[in-house]
Write a protein that binds this ligand. Structure first.
Ligand SMILES: Cc1ncc(COP(=O)(O)O)c(C=O)c1O
Length: 388
C-alpha cells in the first residue's frame, strides 16, 4: 500500500474532539465518526503549499469544487452528475434544515429508518416538523431489512413531506441494494415525498456490496431527491466543514438556494474547498486502500467477537467503519452498559440508545484505527467481559 494505515498518531495534541477533553488517557476513544489515519499526502502537501501565502480572505467561488464532486460520483459510482446540480455547504447537516424549510410546513412530518444517526431526530424537531420512524428489522444473523408494510403506511400520511435516507446506513452497517432503493424511491414518488439521501458513507462499502447513489437510479428519482456527500469520512477531513448536495431538479435547487441565501450561509472556506477538491481529484487510490485496510479490521473484529466474547453479537458489516455491537446478551441496562465499557473495558464507544429506542442494548464502535489499536481494544473488552 502507498499509505501506511498502521501508523499510530497521537491525536491528543491536535484539538481533536474524539480524544479531548472527556477521555482520560487510559481510555481508547472509538466513538465519533472520523478515522485515526493521516490524510493522503496529496492533501497535506496542498494545505502546506496554500498556507505559504499569508492572506486568507474571502475566496472566489471557483467551479472546480462542483466539478470535483461530479467527477467523484462518475468515477466511483458511474453517475453522470452535471456540476451545475452541486451546492456547497459547511458539511452535509445544514442541508437537512434547508430541505425542511424549503419543502415542508411546520407541523408536517419526516420519515426515516431507525436506529439512525442522532441528528436525523434533532434537526426536524428543532425546525418544527414531526418525526415518524420506520424501524429496520434485524434477522437472527443481525442483517437489517426494511419493513415495507410499515413504510408504506407511514409514507401515505399526507403530512409526510420528506424521507431521510442514510445510505450506507449509520449505525446499521447496511448498504441498500438497488432493489431496496428502487422500492423506496417508487413509494416516495407515489406519495409525493421528497428524498434527502445522506450518502456521506458512500465510499465505505465492503467487498460484495455496491454503493448506488439514490439519484442515479432514474431521472424521476434524481428529480425527487437531493444526494448529500462529503469526503470527510473517507479522507479524515471533517474539520474542514465542507460538504455538497447534488440537487438535479432545477426548481428544487432554486428553492434550496433561497434557503442558503436567506441564511447568508454561502461563504466557502479556502481549505475546505482545497481539501475537498484534492481528495476527489487526486486521492482515489487512498479510498481503495482504506477499504482494504478496514476490511481487515472488520474481519478481525467479527471473528474475535464470535470466538471470544460471549454476550456480544456483531453481524458482518456491509458498509461503514461503525460497528453496531449487540450487547443485549450481557444483561445490563443502558447505564450499566455505558459504565461497563467506559470504566471496566476502558473504551469510549457511542451509546446505542442515542440512535433511537431500537438502540437500547447496543453500543457503536468506530474501528477506523490502526490494527494494533483495535487488537488492544478487543483484548480489553474480552478481559472485562470475562471478569463479569
Ligand atoms: C450519516 C451521517 N450524516 C452526516 C454526518 C455529519 O456530516 P457533516 O460533518 O458533513 O455535517 C455524519 C457524521 O458522522 C453521519 O454519520
Amino acid at each position: 500500500m502507498k499509505h501506511n494505515f498502521d501508523e499510530i498518531i497521537d491525536r491528543r495534541a491536535s484539538e481533536c474532539k474524539k480524544y479531548e477533553p472527556a477521555y482520560p488517557k487510559d481510555v481508547i476513544p472509538m466513538w465519533i465518526a472520523d478515522t485515526d489515519f493521516a490524510v493522503p499526502e496529496e492533501i497535506s502537501k496542498a494545505i502546506q503549499e496554500r498556507a505559504k501565502h499569508p492572506c486568507y480572505g474571502y475566496p472566489v467561488e471557483s467551479f472546480e469544487f462542483e466539478k470535483a464532486a461530479a467527477g467523484w460520483e462518475k468515477k466511483r459510482f458511474g453517475w453522470d452528475v452535471d456540476p451545475h446540480w452541486v451546492k456547497y455547504s459547511n458539511g452535509v447537516l445544514p442541508f437537512f434544515m434547508y430541505a425542511i424549510r424549503a419543502f415542508a410546513y411546520p407541523g408536517d412530518k419526516v420519515v426515516f429508518q431507525t436506529p439512525v444517526y442522532p441528528p436525523f431526530y434533532a434537526i426536524p424537531k428543532n425546525n418544527g416538523i414531526h418525526v415518524v420512524t420506520n424501524p429496520l428489522i434485524q434477522d437472527e444473523n443481525g442483517k437489517f431489512s426494511v419493513d415495507w408494510e410499515d413504510l408504506e403506511k407511514k409514507l401515505a400520511d399526507p403530512r409526510v413531506k420528506l424521507f431521510f435516507l442514510s445510505n450506507p446506513q449509520n449505525p446499521c452497517m447496511k448498504s441498500y441494494t438497488r432493489e431496496e432503493l428502487t422500492r423506496i424511491g417508487e413509494l416516495c414518488l407515489k406519495y409525493n415525498v421528497f428524498v434527502v439521501a445522506d450518502e456521506i458513507h458512500c465510499d465505505l462499502c465492503y467487498k460484495g456490496h455496491e454503493h448506488i447513489p439514490f439519484g442515479s437510479i432514474s431521472e424521476e428519482f434524481a428529480k425527487n431527491s437531493m444526494v448529500l456527500i462529503n469526503p470527510s469520512k473517507t479522507f479524515n477531513i471533517a474539520g474542514f466543514r465542507t460538504g455538497a448536495a447534488i440537487i438535479p431538479d432545477d426548481e428544487r435547487r432554486k428553492q434550496i438556494q433561497i434557503m442558503i441565501e436567506d441564511n447568508k450561509n454561502y461563504g466557502r472556506t479556502i481549505f475546505g474547498m482545497l481539501t475537498f477538491e484534492t481528495a476527489y481529484n487526486e486521492c482515489e487510490y487512498y479510498a481503495d486502500e482504506l477499504m482494504e485496510y478496514l476490511e481487515g479490521n472488520r474481519d478481525y473484529i467479527v471473528k474475535f467477537i464470535k470466538e471470544r466474547i460471549p454476550g456480544i453479537k456483531l453481524a458482518e458489516a456491509e458498509a461503514t467503519y461503525l460497528m453496531w455491537l449487540d450487547c443485549r446478551g450481557l444483561n445490563m441496562n443502558q447505564e450499566e452498559l455505558k459504565k461497563f465499557f467506559f470504566e471496566k473495558a476502558k473504551l469510549g464507544l457511542n451509546d446505542g440508545a442515542t440512535f433511537g429506542v431500537e438502540g437500547v442494548g447496543f453500543m457503536r464502535m468506530n474501528i477506523a484505527c490502526p490494527r494494533a489499536t483495535l487488537v488492544e481494544a478487543l483484548n480489553r473488552l474480552e478481559k472485562a467481559v470475562k471478569e463479569l
